[in-house]
Design a protein around this ligand. Structure first.
Ligand SMILES: [Cu+2]
Length: 196
């Protein structure tokens, strides 16, 4: 019984301390004397605290999933030699960023293959030329090309490929993405923008 009261008092003191941080020494004896009152008063307060905390927690997890969404994007490519976007936005808050390339067409990769290659705007021409020379077995990407920030493999209709890179690689300069399949870059290109 004594322990029980002591626990209630301790709880009341604890709750009182949460509410009023200024005079802990004075509130301690008062809390002991009016333990039941303090406890019943404290209960609704604790309840409202909990309900207030719940939406906040939901908001936090919502933000977390939104962040995850911002660290990945999907770009579609089709049989008409087109990407479905002209700009890929990359949040600089992301530790890594993933681009999924989805070929929504039906043509095989030998005739209408696509990849997605990111490099500095001024390097794109060279990357495309060297990729073309590298040939289809190399996914039209020159092996070990240091100018390339990221490159997916070459895919045909109905296929999908992913590439993940560090957004910090986009810190200096302006960047573009292209498909390096011979003849595609003129139509299949866009900018890669680093955003907040
Ligand atoms: Cu292509």
């Amino acid at each position: 019984m004594k322990t029980y009261l002591a626990l209630i008092s301790a709880a009341a003191i604890g709750l009182a301390a949460c509410g009023k941080t200024d005079k802990p020494a004075e509130t301690a004896p008062a809390a002991e004397a009016s333990a039941p009152a303090a406890a019943s008063e404290a209960a609704p307060a604790a309840g409202s605290d909990a309900s207030a905390a719940a939406p906040a927690a939901e908001g936090a997890s919502g933000a977390a999933s939104a962040d995850a969404g911002n660290c990945a994007t999907t770009v579609e490519a089709n049989d008409a030699m087109q990407f479905n976007t002209k700009d890929i936005k990359v949040s600089k808050a992301c530790k890594e960023f993933t681009v999924t390339l989805k070929h929504t067409g039906t043509q095989p990769k030998a005739g209408m293959g696509h990849n997605l290659v990111i490099a500095k705007a001024e390097d794109i021409e060279g990357v495309v030329a060297d990729g073309s020379s590298a040939g289809p077995d190399a996914d039209y990407v020159k092996a070990g090309d240091a100018r390339i920030v990221a490159a997916t493999k070459l895919i045909g209709g109905g296929e999908e490929a992913k590439v993940t890179f560090d957004p910090a690689k986009l810190a200096n300069g302006s960047f573009k993405f292209v498909c390096t399949f011979p003849g595609h870059a003129a139509l299949m290109n866009g900018t890669v923008t680093l955003a907040d």
